[in-house]
Design a protein around this ligand. Structure first.
Ligand SMILES: Cc1cc2nc3c(=O)[nH]c(=O)nc-3n(C[C@H](O)[C@H](O)[C@H](O)COP(=O)(O)O)c2cc1C
Length: 166
C-alpha cells in the first residue's frame, strides 16, 4: 500500500476546496465571551435542524464550548476579513476579545452575534464526535437571523476572496 500523503500535501490539496468563514461564540461560566474563526462549518440536517463545526482540541475555545450548552455562529460577509483574522489570532487575550466589535446578544441564548454577520444561528450542542485532533461539534439550531446584507467572505488556498459581481 502507498503511504498516506504528508500533511503539507494534504493541506495543499484540501486548499482547493473553497469555504465560507464563520466566527463561533460562547460565554464561559465566568461570564467571559469567547470567539473563534471556523471555516470547518457545515449544514447537517433539516429534521431536526442541525449544523456542525470542527474545533481543534488544543484551541482554548475547544474546552470552553464543550463545557457550555449553547453557542452562536456568525457567518462573515466580504468586508469581515479583519474579524476573521482577529478571531483566528493565536494567543489573543481571552478577556475583552470582542471589545471594539459591534455585537448583540442572541435572542434565545444571549451568546454574542457580530452585527456585521450576513447570517447568524444560535445552537444547542446536540452531539460531540471525535475527529482526530479536532472535535466535531453538532448543534441543534434554535434561531436564525440576518444581521447584515452582503456577499460572503470566502477562503481558498489560504487567501480571502469575494464572489465576482453577477
Ligand atoms: C480562515 C480560517 C479558518 C479557520 N478555521 C478553523 C476551524 O474550522 N477549526 C479550527 O479549529 N480552527 C480554525 N482556524 C484556526 C483558529 O481560528 C485558531 O487556531 C484559533 O483562533 C486559535 O485560538 P487560541 O489561541 O484561543 O487557541 C481557522 C483560521 C483561519 C484563519
Amino acid at each position: 500500500m502507498t503511504p498516506p500523503p504528508d500533511p503539507a500535501e494534504f493541506r495543499r490539496v484540501i486548499g482547493a476546496f473553497p469555504t465560507g468563514i464563520t466566527v463561533v461564540t460562547t460565554v464561559a461560566a465566568d461570564g467571559v465571551a469567547h470567539a473563534m474563526t471556523m471555516s470547518a462549518f457545515s449544514s447537517v440536517s433539516l429534521e431536526p435542524l442541525l449544523v456542525l463545526f470542527c474545533a481543534e482540541k488544543k484551541a482554548r475555545f475547544h474546552d470552553t464550548v464543550l463545557a457550555r450548552e449553547t453557542w452562536a455562529v456568525s457567518i462573515l460577509g466580504e468586508h469581515s476579513e479583519a474579524a476573521s483574522s482577529w478571531f483566528a489570532t493565536r494567543g489573543r487575550p481571552l478577556e475583552g476579545q470582542l471589545d471594539g466589535w459591534a455585537t448583540h446578544p442572541g435572542a434565545v441564548t444571549g451568546n454574542p452575534i457580530l452585527d456585521e454577520a450576513i447570517g447568524a444561528l444560535e445552537c444547542r450542542t446536540y452531539a460531540v464526535h471525535d475527529g482526530g485532533d479536532h472535535s466535531i461539534v453538532v448543534g441543534e439550531v434554535l434561531s436564525a437571523s440576518t444581521p447584515s446584507d452582503g456577499g460572503p467572505l470566502l477562503y481558498h488556498r489560504g487567501a480571502y476572496r469575494a464572489l465576482k459581481p453577477e
